[in-house]
Structures are given as structure tokens and as C-alpha cells.
Design a protein around this ligand. Structure first.
Ligand code: HEC
Length: 124
């Protein structure tokens, strides 16, 4: 990503962002038979990402209907970066100060359950 994005200027970034945000979101996941009950620690995500992963705030990404594997990879990376930055004062590329406090105490199982929950939501 950074190799490609690093060559773009601000105008090109705006054009690309406008293009992708204008596309219709199509839910492409296979519905699982697992429960659609929200995992208890996913409640902390709701303020920013919405209860079904759709948010009206332009600064937060929609995560509903996203691929489960992608969601869990992001959450593992964010948890690891939060631990490294907050507990060990290391620099981390995936660290995000807004997301970090929500990540620190999540177990692998909770990340899996939360990723499952949001991946099963409709994206629009
Ligand atoms: C205080 C607001 C806030 C809370 C609470 C929050 N997030 Fe986020 N989240 C953000 C912001 C801002 C970003 C964009 C950060 C970035 O990508 O660098 C983000 C990014 C993400 C991404 C990456 C999206 C992508 O397309 O790359 C995922 C996945 C995610 N959040 C899931 C969660 C989950 C699950 C929770 C709860 C356990 C949560 N977030 C709690 C604000 C929040």
C-alpha cells in the first residue's frame, strides 16, 4: 500500500477516495449459521462504527459486511501495535490513538467473535 499510495498527490488521493466512496456496496459474504448476537466487547465499537458496522461519521470507516479475515487481521495488528506503543513505548505503523484503547484487552477469541459479528452485517 505505502509504495503505491506514497506516489499520489493530494488531488489524486481525493479523486480516488471520491470514486471508491461512490461505489455501491455489495454484501458478498456467505451467511453463517452462527448467532447474530453482538459480542459484549463489540459494544465499545458502536459509538464510532455503529451497531451494525455502519457509521454516519465521515472520519470513521464502515466495517459492516467486510470480510471476516480482513477484519480480524486489522484487529490483531491494531491490538499488537497498541500493546507495543502503550506498554513498550515502541513505534508502530498500524497504531491508531483512537482505536488503541478499545484493543488492549481483547483476547484472540473475542477478536474472532467480533470480526464474525461485523462481517455478517449488511454493508448498506
Ligand atoms: C473512538 C472511536 C473508535 C472506536 C471506539 C473503535 N474504532 Fe475502529 N476505527 C476508528 C478509526 C478512526 C479508524 C481508522 C483508523 C485507521 O485505519 O488508521 C478505525 C479503524 C477500524 C478498522 C480498520 C478498518 C479498515 O477498513 O481498515 C477496524 C476493523 C475497526 N476499526 C474495528 C473496530 C472494532 C471491532 C472496535 C471495537 C472493539 C473499534 N473499531 C473501536 C475508530 C474507532
Amino acid at each position: 500500500m505505502s509504495q503505491r499510495a506514497g506516489t499520489l498527490n493530494k488531488h489524486e488521493i481525493t479523486l480516488i477516495a471520491n470514486y471508491y466512496s461512490s461505489l455501491k456496496c455489495i454484501f458478498s459474504q456467505i451467511k453463517t449459521k452462527k448467532s447474530q448476537t453482538m459480542p459484549s466487547k463489540a459494544k465499545r465499537c458502536v459509538f464510532c462504527h455503529g451497531s451494525t458496522g455502519k457509521t454516519p461519521y465521515t472520519i470513521y470507516p464502515n466495517i459492516g459486511g467486510q470480510k471476516k479475515n480482513y477484519l480480524s487481521r486489522q484487529l490483531f495488528a491494531m491490538r499488537e501495535s497498541a500493546i507495543n506503543v502503550i506498554q513498550h513505548a515502541k513505534k508502530e505503523a498500524r497504531f491508531h490513538r483512537i482505536m488503541a484503547p478499545s484493543m488492549l484487552d481483547l483476547t484472540d477469541k473475542e477478536i474472532d467473535d467480533i470480526s464474525e459479528y461485523f462481517s455478517q452485517q449488511r454493508c448498506r
